[in-house]
Write a protein that binds this ligand. Structure first.
Ligand SMILES: Nc1ncnc2c1ncn2[C@@H]1O[C@H](COP(=O)(O)OP(=O)(O)OP(=O)(O)O)[C@@H](O)[C@H]1O
Length: 763
C-alpha cells in the first residue's frame, strides 16, 4: 500500500473562509521555526482576479450566479440599454418589415414622383413614386442578412487562418505543417496591409457583380484582420504555462486549441466579430452603392443610398434615410459587441448536468474512492530497477540567430534513478529551464534540442528517433509518436514557477485536473471528476469538492501551486519536473509546497527534477545537485556535500552568497563578482574564468571537462583541489545539512487523525 500523503499536519492546510476554526490556527511545520507563527494562507491578500471581471462577486458565489450578475450589470448600463434597444429594433425590423411594408414599398405611383417628406410619405418618394421610408424598412432584412453572411464567412476563414499556425507550427509537427504555417502567416501579413474596402473591391471584381459575389468579397476581405487578431492572441496564450502543462499532459494540439486557447481569446474575438458585422454592413452598402452589390429589382440600403443620391439636391431626406439606417444598424452591432465584452469578462465554465446536481456545498472531507486511486498507468513497466528513470547525455539546445546559432545549453548529461531527486541550480540564464523543457519535449521551433541520448523510462525521446523507421524504432525500445505522447502525458508532470499562469483561468480547477485522465485513460466524466477531487484532497486542498468547482483566481497562490502538483499526479507520474515552483510564493507557502513534493516522492517513489536558483531550497528537497553555468553542468555532487564540500569555485561562491542565520551581519554580503557570459558571445576556455579567483592561463585557454572527482562527484574545474581554500564558505560548520531537519523526507509517521487521502491508494 502506498504511504499516505499525510505528513502535512492539518494546521498547515490553508483554511477555507467558511472553516473558521482553521482560519484562526497558525500554520506550522514539522520543526519549530519562527515562521510557523505566520497567519494562515487564506489571510494573504487575494490574488489578482482577471481584469475583466467587472461585477463584484462573492468568491463563494457559484460561477453561474456570478456570470448572471455580470450580464445583468452589463445590460443595465447605459451602453447595454442603448445596444439592446438598437439591436432589438434592427432584429425586429429585419423580421417583420417585409411582412408589413413590402407592398407599400413596391407600390409604384406615377402621381407622387420625387415628393418631399409629408404625412403620407415620411421621407418622401423616389423616381417611381414609391415610399422611401417603407423601402428603407423593408431593406433591413436583406442588408443585415447579407452582412451577417459575409461576417460569418470572414470570421470562419479568419479563425481557420489564425489558428492554423498554432496547430501546425508545433515543434513536434511535420516540416510540411511548419512550412504551410509560415506561408499562412506571410499571407496574413500581406493581406492586412491593404484596407479591407480595397480588398473587398478587389474580390468583388474577382467573384463578379451581384449579391453573392459581394458576400464572398466582403467575407474574404474581413478574414485577414480577424486572422491576424486570432493569431496574435493565440500565440500569446500558447506561451502560457498552462498550455505547456497541457502539452506535457499529452493533450492533443486540436484539443488544446479548442479547450484552452480559444476560450481564453473568445472575448476579444466576440467583440471583433460584432465590430466586423458593423463594418460588413458599411462595406455592403458601399459595394451596392457602387453598383457591385445587390442588383435590381432587389434592394438593400446601399442601393437605396445610390438612388437617393441622384435626388439629394431635390429632397435630401430621401437620400439620407438609408444612410441613417446603415449608421444605426452598425452602431447596434458595435455597441452590442462592447456590451457583450463587458458581460462575458471571463468565459464562464459551462455547467455540466453532473455538477448542477451537486451544487450543494459539502464540508465533508473527500474520501478516496476504491478503484479511483490507481487508474491504469500508460508508462511502460519500470520494474527493471537497473533502468534509469531518465538518462540524458550531451543535451544541447540551440536557437537560430541573425549571426548563426546560439546554444544556451551545451552538453548537459545526467542520470536519474527511479525515485531520486536531483536539483539544478545556477544563476539566471545558465540554462536550467531550457534543460528541463528539452527533457519534457517543450522546446518550441525555431529552437531545437539534440542529444546523444535522451531516454525516459527506457524510451528514446529524441526527434531523430521519431523519424526512424518503425522496425528500427521498436528495436531501440522506441514508441510511436502518439504512444510517446501518451507515455509522457501520464509519466511526466511539470510544475511551473508562476501558479497564476499555470492553470487555465477560464476553466474550473477540477475540470482541468479531470482532463488529464479523460484524455489518457478515457475515463468517463464522473470518474475523472471524482479522481480530480481526490487528488485535490491529496495535495491538501481543503474542502476539495467545493474547491474543484472554483476558477483558479479563487485559489490562493499556494493552493494554485498545490493544485498544479495535484494535476501532475493525476496520472501517477514517474517524474515530476518542478521549475522554480516556489519562487513566486511567500516563504511559508514555499515550505508547504516543498513539503508536499517531498511527501509525494516518498509516497509514490516519484523522481523529482527540481530547478531553482536558490541552493538552500534545493538542498532541502534533493539527493543530488547539478550546478549549471553558461549552459553546462560544472559540478554534480551529493546534497550533503553542497554546503561545505563543493569543489567548483562557482558552486562555493553560490553557497557563500546565500546569507543564513549564522552570517555575520556586520560583514558585507558575499557576492559573485562580474556577470555570467552572454550565450551569444562565450569566451574561450572556462566560461567562469573571468570571475574566478583561481583562474590561470590554462583556464582561459581550455574549457575543463566534467570529470569524476571522487566522493560521487563530477567537477569541471582545473583547480578543484584548491577551491575550498580559495573560496571559503561563510557558514558555521555547526549548521548541519538542513535537508533532513527542515523537511520531513518520506516519513510515514502520519498522525492518527490524518484522513486517508493518499496519492496512490491501494496498490
Ligand atoms: N526562445 C529562446 N530563444 C533564444 N534564447 C533563449 C530562448 N529561451 C531562452 N533563451 C536563452 O537561453 C539562456 C538560458 O535560458 P534559461 O531560461 O534556461 O535560463 P535559466 O537558467 O532557467 O534562467 P532563470 O533562472 O532566469 O529562469 C538565456 O540566456 C536565455 O536568454
Amino acid at each position: 500500500m502506498a504511504a499516505p500523503l499525510g505528513n502535512v499536519p492539518d494546521d498547515l492546510t490553508p483554511a477555507s473562509p467558511d472553516k473558521s476554526p482553521d482560519a484562526s490556527t497558525p500554520t506550522s511545520l514539522n520543526t519549530p521555526d519562527p515562521l510557523d507563527t505566520v497567519a494562515p494562507l487564506d489571510t494573504v491578500a487575494p490574488l489578482n482576479k482577471p481584469a475583466l471581471l467587472n461585477a463584484p462577486a462573492s468568491p463563494d458565489a457559484p460561477p453561474r450566479a456570478r456570470a448572471g450578475r455580470r450580464w445583468t450589470g452589463a445590460l443595465h448600463s447605459p451602453l447595454g440599454i442603448t445596444a439592446a434597444v438598437l439591436l432589438l429594433a434592427v432584429v425586429v425590423l429585419a423580421i417583420v418589415a417585409p411582412l408589413i411594408w413590402q407592398d407599400r414599398a413596391d407600390a409604384v405611383n406615377s402621381t407622387a414622383i420625387l415628393q418631399g417628406p409629408s404625412s403620407a410619405h415620411l421621407v418622401g418618394t423616389d423616381l417611381l413614386g414609391r415610399d422611401i421610408f417603407a423601402r428603407v424598412l423593408v431593406a433591413t432584412r436583406l442588408s443585415v442578412g447579407l452582412a451577417l453572411l459575409a461576417t460569418a464567412i470572414g470570421v470562419t476563414a479568419g479563425l481557420l487562418l489564425g489558428t492554423a499556425p498554432v496547430l501546425l507550427a508545433s515543434s513536434t509537427g511535420h516540416w510540411i505543417g511548419r512550412w504551410v504555417s509560415r506561408w499562412i502567416s506571410a499571407f496574413i501579413n500581406i493581406a492586412v496591409a491593404f484596407p479591407s474596402l480595397l480588398l473587398a473591391l478587389f474580390f468583388a471584381v474577382i467573384f463578379g457583380v451581384g449579391a453573392r459575389g459581394a458576400v464572398l468579397a466582403i467575407g474574404f476581405a474581413t478574414a485577414p484582420g480577424f486572422a491576424r487578431l486570432t493569431q496574435t492572441m493565440a500565440a500569446g496564450i500558447s506561451s502560457r504555462d498552462f498550455i505547456a502543462a497541457a502539452r506535457v499532459a499529452g493533450i492533443g494540439r486540436l484539443r488544446i486549441l479548442v479547450r484552452h486557447v480559444l476560450p481564453n481569446i473568445a472575448e476579444p474575438l466576440v467583440v471583433s466579430a460584432t465590430m466586423a458585422l458593423g463594418s460588413a454592413l458599411l462595406s455592403f452598402a458601399s459595394l451596392s452603392f457602387l453598383g457591385l452589390g445587390v442588383q435590381a429589382p432587389s434592394y438593400d440600403w446601399g442601393r437605396l443610398l445610390g438612388e437617393g443620391l441622384a435626388q439629394i439636391y431635390v429632397h435630401p431626406a430621401g437620400a439620407l434615410a438609408a444612410g441613417v439606417a446603415v449608421v444605426l444598424a452598425a452602431m447596434a452591432f458595435n455597441l452590442s459587441g462592447e456590451a457583450v465584452a463587458r458581460a462575458i469578462g471571463v468565459r464562464t465554465p459551462h455547467t455540466s448536468k453532473q455538477t448542477r446536481n451537486k451544487r450543494t456545498r459539502t464540508n465533508e472531507r473527500t474520501r478516496t474512492t476504491p478503484g479511483l486511486d490507481r487508474l491504469p498507468a500508460e508508462h511502460p513497466d519500470t520494474e527493471d530497477t537497473n533502468q534509469p528513470l531518465l538518462a540524458v547525455d550531451n543535451l544541447r539546445v540551440a536557437f537560430p540567430t541573425a549571426a548563426g546559432e546560439v546554444t544556451p545549453v551545451r552538453g548537459v548529461s545526467l542520470t536519474m534513478r527511479p525515485g531520486e531527486a536531483i536539483g539544478i541550480v545556477g544563476e539566471s540564464g545558465s540554462g536550467k529551464s531550457l534543460t528541463a523543457l528539452a527533457i519534457a519535449q517543450l522546446i518550441e521551433r525555431p529552437g531545437h534540442a539534440q542529444a546523444d541520448r535522451l531516454e525516459f523510462l527506457g524510451t528514446d525521446l529524441r526527434d531523430d528517433a521519431r523519424s526512424r523507421g518503425g522496425e528500427q524504432l521498436r528495436a531501440g525500445g522506441g514508441l510511436s509518436a502518439s504512444e510517446r505522447r501518451r507515455m509522457l502525458g501520464t509519466s511526466l508532470a511539470m510544475v511551473f514557477q508562476d501558479p497564476m499562469t499555470s492553470l487555465n483561468p477560464t476553466h474550473r480547477v477540477g475540470r482541468q485536473l479531470a482532463e488529464v485522465v479523460r484524455e489518457h485513460q478515457r475515463a468517463d466524466r464522473r470518474t475523472a471528476w471524482r479522481r480530480a477531487v481526490d487528488r485535490l484532497a491529496a495535495v491538501r486542498i481543503p474542502d476539495a469538492e467545493r474547491r474543484a468547482k472554483q476558477l483558479p483566481h479563487e485559489f490562493s497562490g499556494g493552493m494554485r501551486q498545490r493544485a498544479m502538483i495535484g494535476m501532475g499526479v493525476m496520472a501517477n507520474p514517474k517524474l515530476i519536473i518542478a521549475d522554480e515552483p516556489t519562487t513566486a510564493l511567500d516563504v511559508t507557502v514555499q515550505r508547504q509546497v516543498l513539503q508536499l513534493l517531498a511527501n509525494i516522492r516518498a509516497a509514490e517513489d516519484v523522481g523529482l527534477l527540481f530547478i531553482s536558483h536558490d541552493v538552500t531550497v534545493v538542498g532541502q528537497v534533493c539527493d543530488r545537485v547539478l550546478v549549471m553555468y553558461a549552459g553546462r553542468v560544472v559540478e554534480d555532487l551529493p546534497t550533503g556535500a553542497l554546503l561545505h564540500d563543493a569543489r567548483h569555485p562557482y558552486t562555493r561562491a553560490l553557497v557563500a552568497a546565500v546569507p543564513d542565520m549564522t552570517t555575520d551581519r556586520d560583514a558585507p554580503l558575499a557576492v559573485i563578482p562580474g556577470r555570467p557570459p552572454d550565450p551569444h558571445d562565450l569566451p574561450a576556455g572556462c566560461p567562469y574564468a573571468t570571475r574566478c579567483p583561481l583562474a590561470t592561463e590554462q583556464c582561459r585557454r581550455e574549457d575543463p571537462p566534467l570529470a569524476w572527482y571522487g566522493g560521487g562527484r563530477r567537477v569541471a574545474c582545473w583547480h578543484a583541489d584548491l577551491a575550498p581554500a580559495a573560496v571559503p564558505d561563510n557558514r558555521a560548520t555547526a549548521v548541519p545539512d538542513n535537508r533532513t531537519t527542515e523537511l520531513d523526507h518520506g516519513s510515514t509517521a502520519v498522525p492518527d487523525d490524518e484522513p486517508a487521502a493518499s496519492l496512490g491508494g491501494e496498490r
